[in-house]
Design a protein around this ligand. Structure first.
Ligand SMILES: [Zn+2]
Length: 159
């Protein structure tokens, strides 16, 4: 009787990798908004496509009035919603959420989530470009606008 069957399956995994894994490329671009109340489109062509911007009609003094509002706007100190806008002016609403001055509308005082800001800035930039094309491409002007536009979009969202 020779029972020399030793199950010597000692799997000692000796992983001795002394590699310097310096893979710390943290490009913080991917911001996942977990608490987004609405499904956001990846891009919008009209400000009304934003789930936070609403347009509707209301009967005021027997007349149908065009109204709009912005869900980013915070409640006033009394806990009421701010007054609706009495128009369907997409340019103004875009100016509102991008805090663009000189458009005859107050800037949004709410804290607009970054994913919304991206949408609005993208739409705003495309609108500016469209306007420039309409103006008939004057070379001198384009250069001027280009330089202007950079600093302009940068300061847009400081509100
Ligand atoms: Zn607002």
């Amino acid at each position: 009787m020779s029972a020399t069957q030793g199950p010597g399956v000692d799997a000692i995994s000796g992983e001795g990798e002394g590699g310097g894994d310096a893979n710390t490329s943290t490009a913080g671009v991917c911001v996942v908004a977990a608490a987004a109340p609405h499904v956001l489109p990846s891009s919008i062509n009209e400000i009304w496509e934003s789930p936070a911007i609403n347009k509707f009609e209301k009967i005021v003094n027997g007349k149908l009035k065009k109204m709009s509002n912005c869900a980013h706007c915070p409640d006033d100190p009394q806990g009421n919603r701010p007054a609706d806008f009495g128009h369907h002016n997409a340019t103004k609403l875009l100016a509102h959420v991008t805090c663009t001055p000189g458009q005859g509308i107050r800037p949004c005082s709410g804290s607009i989530p970054p994913e919304y800001r991206r949408l609005y800035r993208d739409l705003h930039t495309r609108k500016i470009n469209r306007k420039e094309n309409k103006q008939g491409a004057k070379e001198q002007m384009e250069i001027e606008i280009e330089g202007h536009q950079v600093s302009y979009t940068k300061t847009l969202f400081d509100c």
